[in-house]
Design a protein around this ligand. Sequence first.
Ligand code: MRU
Length: 337
Amino acid sequence: MKVHFEGESREMHSLWMEGTEIKFIDQRLLPHKLEIFSAKNVKDVAFAIKDMVVRGAPAIGAAAALGMAQAKIQKEDRNKVANILRETRPTAQDLFTALDFMLKKIEEGADPKEAAKDYIDNILNKCRKIGEHGETLIKDDQRILTHCNAGALATVDYGTALSPIRLAHRGGKNIFVFVDETRPRLQGARLTAWELLNEGIPHALIADNAAGDFMQRGEIDMVIVGADRITQNGDFANKIGTYEKAVLAYENHIPFYVAAPITTFDFSLANGSAIPIEERSQEEVLKIGSELIAPSGTKARNPAFDVTFAKYVTGYITETGVFKAEEISSLKSHAIR
Ligand code: MRU
């Protein structure tokens, strides 16, 4: 992705390895500060994932792959490290895909740094291909709604939901993006708007409760979101608020697409009711930044994700093409091994 860093415009990934340190763009500080967080050991990597220095399912998977490589170099017990990382964010399927991939590669005697590099290169290619397939669905002059951040920051580069948008814009299509602010952590306002601005893609930030109104007015032509976990029948978990956007799109006859690499598919779950949903701290809802926005003593609930049923999804944009829910089982043969 294109970023402005240390006085110059340059291309950067969301995370990478330098020696034995894992470097992350610190997503907690964007959009006002672009700083790099260095993880020196598994404790730092687990903190970075839990505290959302790095976030977004494919980026969490990539962080875990690098974390496993780092642990092997530091002669840590691989199962112990994998278990620490497994405990960080329960909903993101890519975390488990990456850990299983790395454990298998290490057991087979592969070089751990090479295995992690392969995993990350793979994610990068998958996201580019999601862009190529998804871009064909976007027509000139279309207005697209997206929720949360499913951009380069949430992957390694390109993004999932933002990849088709990026490639449509780069290809000269005139598009406009509506960005849900995405409370409580404001990934839309802080991260998606930042990525779109850096790439010069026309957009407007809207309040989380405004999408229905824009749909009713006929101002939204399609919705593209990412996913944290997609089950066999096409139900999927994504950032809290996705479900209501899907129902609204359905009601307003607006196509609703989910963009995700096959690493996000959980072929072991029959439907969305079995997806573990992370509940985060009350503080995230009660505060914006460090400012308390409710009377002191107020309690809050904070599920980080919700489940959207397959019936609301027009298609799943993956690295191998665009599929209907009924076709998901055919993707199993493409799962990363
Ligand atoms: O809590 P987050 O910021 O990790 O949630 C991220 C999302 O919900 C994304 O939409 C999803 O991980 C897909 S990212 C390509």
